[in-house]
Design a protein around this ligand. Structure first.
Ligand SMILES: *Cc1c(COP(=O)(O)O)cnc(C)c1O
Length: 357
């Protein structure tokens, strides 16, 4: 018997979304971002589906090691870099490329005595105030990195803070500052995340770094993936495990947060916050039962939710319940828990079976 809940991943959607990135940024190479278990889609299988990407980006060493252990030969970039000599050695042994964003990382490279050398992505902080050398620190950092024996190749990157908001001048300011600091240096450059790819052609440069859009989710407010020619890769599907009739005035779930206004039918689905379906999903959050939109009723439990199926044809134990994905964009569901599709996707937990199609 198949598991009660599964994340079905459509490999052809992943490939189509990668092709959409190519069409949108035809002069750029693609650093496909697969950190956080490929945004919850499963790291290794996703990398296999996205094998046409020019490189993969992960946040941390262990994620890169998992890709190498699975036989992935592509360029792999550690977006947070390394933090001690041991990690540096592991990165060298696995041919990882390193983002270098702070003076400690520059010092680690300066102390590196091995013959193996690195491709280093030197990061400029153009206003995100998270990682990278600020504009006034960049010159010295660049000279240090350039002079460093351990550095075989140098690339330059920055990260955009507000690229999802088309009317926000922050992005132009960040791009101008990046250009002012790096133009004329004759190194490959990168700035665009998914929102940059989609909304800011000036940000495309030599390398784009899409994450969310590869998974078929829109990063842009008020737009869903289909509006942008993208296809959702993940459909999170559970199963009805019980049904019941409730009478007007009766309540459902912990705290009795939902009250029947009429004679109602509830279907209980095997999905809860233990699967990564947020506990904060409000009454009325949409789900699909037998392909029809219905509202969830009452609080999310660890292993279950109730959905109000009163208006549907009779629902049976075993019927499918889609929480997000095909027919129900994650970007539309996320606001019901005051969150983003990013967090929904990444949050899908270990006990959810991943099935690649
Ligand atoms: C996560 C990440 C990205 C991808 O961002 P999306 O909004 O998912 O496209 C790009 N660059 C860096 C440095 C990141 O950490």
């Amino acid at each position: 018997m198949a598991g009660l809940i599964r994340a079905v991943i459509d490999s052809s959607a992943l490939r189509a979304n990668l092709a959409a990135v190519r069409r949108t940024a035809p002069r750029s190479r693609i650093l496909a971002i697969v950190k956080a278990n490929a945004y919850g889609h499963d790291l290794v299988s996703t990398a296999a589906a996205l094998a046409d990407a020019d490189a993969f980006g992960v946040a941390r060493l262990d994620e890169g090691l998992a890709l190498r252990a699975a036989g992935v030969k592509s360029e792999i970039v550690l977006l947070e870099g390394v933090f001690d000599a041991e990690q540096t050695a592991a990165a060298a042994a696995n041919d990882f490329e390193l983002v270098v964003h702070n003076p400690q990382q520059l010092a680690l490279l300066a102390e590196w005595r091995d013959a193996r050398r690195f491709t280093v992505w030197l990061k400029v902080d153009t206003g995100m105030n998270r990682l990278g050398f600020r504009a006034d620190e960049f010159g010295p950092a660049f000279r240090k990195a350039s002079a460093c024996q351990a550095v075989a190749k140098l690339r330059l990157l920055t990260h955009l803070a507000n690229a999802d908001v088309a009317s926000d001048s922050t992005t132009s300011e960040q791009l101008q500052l990046f250009d002012a600091v790096t133009s004329g240096l004759n190194h490959e450059r990168s700035a665009a995340n998914s929102a940059g790819v989609l909304s800011w052609p000036d940000s495309h440069l030599d390398w784009v770094r899409p994450g969310l859009m590869l998974y078929g989710v829109s990063p842009l407010p008020g737009r869903v993936a289909a509006d942008l020619g993208l296809r959702p890769a993940m459909t999170l599907t559970s199963t009805v495990i019980a049904t019941r009739r409730v009478l007007p005035g009766e309540r459902a779930g912990y705290g009795g947060r939902w009250t029947a206004r009429r004679v109602s039918t509830l279907a209980i689905a095997a999905v809860g916050y233990g699967d990564g379906y947020p506990r904060h999903m409000a009454n009325g959050t949409p789900a699909l039962v037998n392909g029809e939109r219905v509202p969830i009723a009452g609080r999310v439990s660890m292993d279950m939710i109730a959905v109000d199926v009163t208006d549907l044809q009779p629902v049976k134990v075993g019927d499918p319940v889609v929480l997000w994905g095909e027919g129900l964009p994650a970007e539309e569901v996320a606001p019901h828990a005051e969150t983003l599709a990013y967090e929904l996707l990444c949050g899908v937990s270990q006990r959810v079976e991943h099935q690649f199609r």
